[in-house]
Design a protein around this ligand. Structure first.
Ligand code: ZN
Length: 129
């Protein structure tokens, strides 16, 4: 059985993943804490104001940002679980090793550059059938 990564490389990526996990958890906790404080303040203002459109837009942006963060958090957690398995570092789609430079940049990535590119270029769903 061949593994794409050495133990030292896995350890290095493990450190990167744990760093990222801590950063994401901190950021999301701060965002969510901040969001509920803003909501509470806005709730008070709302009693005196009829137009809440801008506030809703702000809240939507914050929510979207949090969603992206949660998504990445899931990927990082998944990667940490797969780190010690032989499949970690291999492309989920084609099974080829993912390049070291790519893993270093995004240790939670699931696909090699080729498959990622193919995926990005996949034709969009036809507008009508
Ligand atoms: Zn691939």
């Amino acid at each position: 059985m061949t593994t794409a990564l050495t133990a030292a490389q896995r350890a290095e990526l493990g450190v990167l993943l744990k760093d990222r996990l801590a950063t994401l958890e901190e950021t999301l906790a701060a965002q969510e804490g901040g969001l509920s404080r803003v909501d509470a303040a806005a709730e008070l203002l709302e009693q005196n104001r009829e137009d809440g459109t801008q506030r809703d837009a702000d809240r939507e942006v914050a929510q979207q940002r949090a969603d992206i963060g949660h998504q990445e958090l899931g990927l990082v957690r998944q990667a940490l679980q797969r780190l010690d398995t032989p499949s970690y570092g291999l492309c989920l789609q084609c099974g080829q090793p993912i390049s070291w430079s790519r893993l270093k940049a995004e240790p939670w990535t699931l696909h090699c550059v080729t498959c990622e590119r193919t995926h990005d270029q996949a034709p969009a769903q036809p507008a009508s059938l």
